[in-house]
Design a binder for this molecule. Structure first.
Ligand SMILES: *Cc1c(COP(=O)(O)O)cnc(C)c1O
Length: 379
């Protein structure tokens, strides 16, 4: 938690649950990524946190944007982004959304199927298009495979077809999965991309761009490699695959840019021992006023394991299951991940979930069980 966030929480005592994001920290993370990968252009993945203060700050730093919907395109434009700095990166788009974005000046689109390519040819004629490859998501805590991407052989056919349809066959993309903890995932994917570049070049089609996607991890409960480790691995693989004929490089970080700039503050609603018998045999449950439906969707499968701070840290600790406040049985965050919290924890205590700036605010339900959506403060 940055000093600015700590000060805000102490001074303002905001209603909980709330998310507080230090926008200066977002800028620091953007600049750290730029330092690590100076040859790559950064397209911030808007879905990680589309709040206007974040988008405006990134515009001021010269960022480009990866938008997944016409609505996200509009958010970028409203924040001052130039349409030429927006990539429509979802491979699944309504025809009306493609047409609206094209009309607004967006000219870079992702696809991974014949059918989507035809939609692009019809509704965004002449645009730059890039094909998403299916790559291994091993090592990712939040995988993005299966639903997206296609094989090398199919991508080859699609890129040649893009040219025939009058589109600009611009490049290839992949996503190694979100919260990717293995640098090798990027190396393997770049190897695949380079093979297809060579193959298509022999067929008379020279691609110009590699989109390395996002996936760069945040340190939650467990250690992760540094961004410089990823940059070195990427540099190595790009040189091995392309020699000194390097194509344009794009990265689409979401989590890396915003996660550690944000903190969720929550109130403990109940601490109870479930079942009966000796205390040692009874599981202690901690119920917070935020849960899976209040924004903590990435605790699904206990995939993302947030660090939790309490007013009693340093005291005696004991095992807990941690759940949200709703009447839904799926509203459990952690049962199997060996969470331990202070035994002195009581209802009414305020606790903080750290590094929650990404993939929380927009995952929040609008009023399930009557609970108001999470409050948001950008400072
Ligand atoms: C979600 C997404 C990203 C951002 O991924 P992170 O793991 O948050 O960096 C980038 N590109 C695409 C296409 C995405 O769907």
């Amino acid at each position: 938690m940055t000093p600015k966030v700590a000060q805000f929480l102490a001074d303002r005592q905001p209603a909980t649950p709330c998310l507080v994001v230090d926008v200066d920290r977002v800028a620091e993370r953007y600049n750290a990524l730029l330092d690590a990968l100076p040859l790559a252009r950064i397209y911030y993945a808007v879905k990680a946190n589309p709040a206007a203060p974040i988008l405006r700050r990134l515009v001021s730093l010269g960022s480009s944007f990866d938008a997944a919907s016409w609505e996200e395109v509009q958010l970028c434009l409203a924040a001052g982004a130039d349409s030429s700095a927006i990539s429509f990166g979802n491979t699944i788009k309504k025809a009306s959304a493609i047409a609206a974005a094209f009309e607004a000046g967006v000219d870079m689109f992702a696809f991974d199927s014949d059918e989507e390519l035809e939609k692009l040819a019809r509704h965004a004629p002449g645009s730059r298009v890039y094909c998403r490859l299916l790559v291994e998501n091993t090592g990712a805590d939040w995988p993005l495979s299966r639903k997206f991407g296609t094989t090398l052989a199919h991508a080859r056919v699609l890129m040649l077809r893009a040219r025939d349809l009058g589109l600009d066959p611009y490049g290839l993309s992949f996503h190694v999965g979100s919260q990717q903890t293995s640098t090798e995932a990027y190396e393997a994917a770049i190897g695949k991309v380079a093979m297809l570049f060579t193959d298509l070049s022999a067929a008379g089609l020279d691609l110009r761009m590699v989109n390395l996607g996002g996936g760069f991890p945040t340190r939650y409960r467990d250690d992760v490699p540094e961004i410089d480790d990823f940059a070195r691995a990427i540099g190595r693989a790009m040189t091995a695959g392309f020699g000194n004929a390097l194509p344009e490089m794009i990265v689409e970080p979401g989590r890396f840019v915003v996660a550690d700039a944000g903190v969720v503050q929550s109130e403990v609603v109940l601490v109870s021992r479930r079942g009966h018998g000796d205390d040692q045999d009874r599981v202690r449950w901690v119920y917070l006023d935020i849960g899976r439906f209040g924004g903590l969707a990435e605790t699904e499968g206990e995939s993302i394991r947030y660090r939790i701070r309490t007013p009693h840290d340093g005291g005696e600790m004991g095992p807990v299951s941690i759940a949200g406040p709703t009447c839904d049985g799926a509203d459990i965050m952690y049962e199997r991940s060996n969470y331990r919290l202070p035994t002195a924890l009581r209802d009414g205590d305020r606790v903080e979930l750290l590094d929650t700036g990404a993939y929380v605010s927009t995952y929040c339900a609008t009023g399930f069980n009557g609970f108001a959506p999470i409050g948001e403060h950008y400072i």
